[in-house]
Design a protein around this ligand. Sequence first.
Ligand SMILES: Cc1cc2nc3c(=O)[nH]c(=O)nc-3n(C[C@H](O)[C@H](O)[C@H](O)COP(=O)(O)OP(=O)(O)OC[C@H]3O[C@@H](n4cnc5c(N)ncnc54)[C@H](O)[C@@H]3O)c2cc1C
Length: 388
Amino acid sequence: MNQLYFTEEHQSFRQSFKEFLDKEVKPHINKWEAEGKIDRFIWEKFGEMGYFGLNAPEAYGGLELDLFYTVIFLEELQKINSSGFAAAMWAHTYLAMTHLIKEGDEQIKKEYLTASIEGKKIGCLCISEPFGGSDVAGMRTTAIKKGDSYILNGSKTFITNGVYADYMIVAAKTQPELGNKGMSIFVIDSSTKGISTTKLDKLGWKASDTAEIAFDNVVVPSKNIMGDEGKGFSYIMQHFALERLVMSINAHARAEYALEYAMQYASEREAFGKPINKFQALRHNIAEMASEIEVCKNYNYTVAKQLNEGTYVVKEATMSKLVSTKMADKVIYDCLQLLGGYGYMEDYPLARLFRDSRLGPIGGGTSEILKEIIAKIIIDNKDYKPAV
Ligand SMILES: Cc1cc2nc3c(=O)[nH]c(=O)nc-3n(C[C@H](O)[C@H](O)[C@H](O)COP(=O)(O)OP(=O)(O)OC[C@H]3O[C@@H](n4cnc5c(N)ncnc54)[C@H](O)[C@@H]3O)c2cc1C
């Protein structure tokens, strides 16, 4: 399958990125997991290596590479076993920066995109609110025009990188009476007066910071609006395809990592006088897990190829996230079981994987919401169209 999607250049990128992670990231992961904070130097190192600019325009310092470099970036990040660290990196690159690339004007790109690619500015994407994340159209945060500014009021929650980010991409209603047609997107410096953040404690993704953010009469200059006023909802929906594919790729990669580890363990661990990988019950389970991972991985690569070619893959990315995240949860649950008591111990990788994986079917659209979308497409023939 590798030859279908990955060239020799892709493979050498994978090798060099792996070596970079081994040398620069892995030695710090346990500390960052314990502290819930990633040291700033690694952001700049990622920037120096060009990893934040894989799919960004060359004009702003990016590399404009095809999407399979991103696939490799995501897969290898999962295989260092800290979904929290991985999330901090991909939320910056594929959530916040996607809006800068697609909707930012020249001035915004110069000010924020170049610094983001260099790892000098960290971004976050603020959509979910304490009153509800699934119902994006029902958001309550407002940005009401006053002179040459917008006055932002409201709150966001569960925002990845929200505490330590330098800027926030914020969705708010500029004309609340128009519902989702009155929503716009802004880029805002985190240090702006009236913004306060609270760090949240959570089950997994320990290395990444997750914030609740309050906006109290924050003055946002009109030049900080991204794209057209009133089109925010369409932009968010459009970028969900990439976000969901990112989470699908993460899912198959962490499941693959879990299974590789569990298979190695099963070849060494003995019970009743033989390696446990000789017991048929475990062998069949391993065979089933390997098959499910392979099928998801292959489908995710196909969707990545379609997206890379410019196809609007809303149905496909939704399906791949629904199935891949469920598959990863099940595989990781079963791999932990395969390690017996050691699976439950923090000294072994399955405990962290188990916690981290649970977010897959929740973040970026819960499985229930994904099923709603798929049902509308396949039963009601709803045709989701790209915003631009
Ligand atoms: C660690 C973490 C990081 C995150 N990072 C970000 C981020 O960077 N930026 C951001 O904007 N958001 C982020 N999120 C938020 C995430 O996207 C939301 O949690 C998710 O969309 C669900 O929203 P909610 O938590 O408000 O659940 P709710 O919308 O309150 O849903 C609660 C339950 O009801 C179900 N439900 C809701 N509506 C329906 C329906 N119509 N039919 C059937 N079931 C339904 C849901 O599936 C869920 O099971 C993050 C969340 C976490 C936990």
